[in-house]
Design a protein around this ligand. Structure first.
Ligand code: BDR
Ligand code: CA
Length: 318
């Protein structure tokens, strides 16, 4: 059975699957009311992130539509993340073919119509912010219709450069539009996502579920973890970033954070894509625009993720 938490927020997930984006889809389906999936170029080119989203939608038999969006960032050249996710965006497992492709190629219209038709939807972007920026630019009234934006991105350190995290770095101009839009924003940046690792014991736990779907996830986790361990001096596994943007809404008690002013550096020679977080304790700071997550109860968060994966395994076997 899906998670029975009393409040299931309405979530529209904008993603670039991506190993950890897959887990965000699984967790959103289990803990929230998932109203649709939109895709963006990011970890891999758009045709591939869209294909991957369709694979997961159909393997999980999810009754939601997938809409592909921006093929490239607003200004920057496209930059993919094959060094972490492989050329396909989901290297490491044999993926079943999806039953059908995307339901439309107009993610931006889908975002606008969905948010306008039902007030109180949360936008949950887990890739570059291109689609969300385009939607906000075309329909500034969305800020007044949505509940807010809970995103994975940024942090006080980077993973693509010393200063910049991948999702913000890949399309800083889009990120600047989103962070300045006036909506309530929750930010799951690297400070918190690097507390949430998919370690060998957690992978073994998933493999032991022994369903076709969870075996695929275990294979994906093995690949993802290997890439992280190879690229870091000391890390016990891959950082499972993206599901935290979902869990911040469905299980907020698992997090600690602070309201801060955050601006996006779009031009710095060494700092483009940086989230400049004002952490000063003095009174003439700018008003906060972002709830910056700083700490997660990783064991409790893993237990929600594990339940969601187990449920997806049962659902896919039916
Ligand atoms: C973010 O970049 C991507 O590689 C992941 O899917 C995640 O959204 C982490 O920096
Ligand atoms: Ca992602």
């Amino acid at each position: 059975m899906p998670d029975d938490s009393p409040d299931r927020p309405r979530i529209l997930l904008d993603c670039d699957p991506g190993h950890d984006d897959v887990v965000a889809i699984v967790v959103a389906a289990h803990t929230a009311e998932l109203v649709g999936i939109t895709t963006v170029a990011g970890n891999a080119p758009l045709d591939r992130t869209t294909y991957n989203a369709c694979v997961i939608r159909d393997a999980m038999r999810l009754p939601v539509t997938v809409h592909s969006g921006a093929e490239r960032p607003l200004v920057a050249e496209p930059k993919f993340a094959a060094f972490i996710h492989g050329q396909s965006g989901l290297d490491g497992a044999e993926l079943p073919a999806p039953d059908r492709g995307a339901d439309s190629t107009d993610a931006v219209s889908f975002i606008i119509e969905t948010c306008r038709s039902s007030e109180g939807t949360w936008l949950v972007p887990t890739g570059p912010l291109t689609n969300i920026a385009l939607a906000l630019r075309a329909a500034p009234d969305l800020v007044g219709c949505i509940a807010g934006i809970s995103l994975m991105g940024g942090g006080t350190f980077g993973n693509r450069t010393p200063a910049a995290e991948y999702n913000i770095w890949a399309d800083p101009e889009a990120a600047a539009i989103v962070f300045e839009c006036g909506a309530q924003i929750t930010m799951a940046g690297l400070d918190v996502t690097h507390q949430f690792l998919v370690t060998p014991p957690r992978i073994d736990q998933v493999a032991a579920l022994d369903t076709p779907f969870t075996s695929i996830i275990a294979d994906l986790f093995r690949f993802f973890s290997r890439m992280y361990i190879a690229r870091h001096d000391h890390i016990a596994g891959a950082a499972l970033h993206d599901p935290l943007a979902v869990l911040a809404l469905t299980h907020p008690h698992l997090f600690r954070g602070t309201d801060r002013h955050v601006s996006i550096e779009t031009h710095g020679r060494h700092t483009a894509g940086m989230t400049v977080i004002d952490r000063r304790g003095i009174t003439d700071r700018e008003q906060s625009n972002v709830h910056v997550l700083e700490h997660v109860d990783a064991d409790a968060a893993w237990s929600v993720v594990f339940d969601a994966l187990a449920e997806a395994g049962r659902r896919s076997c039916r």
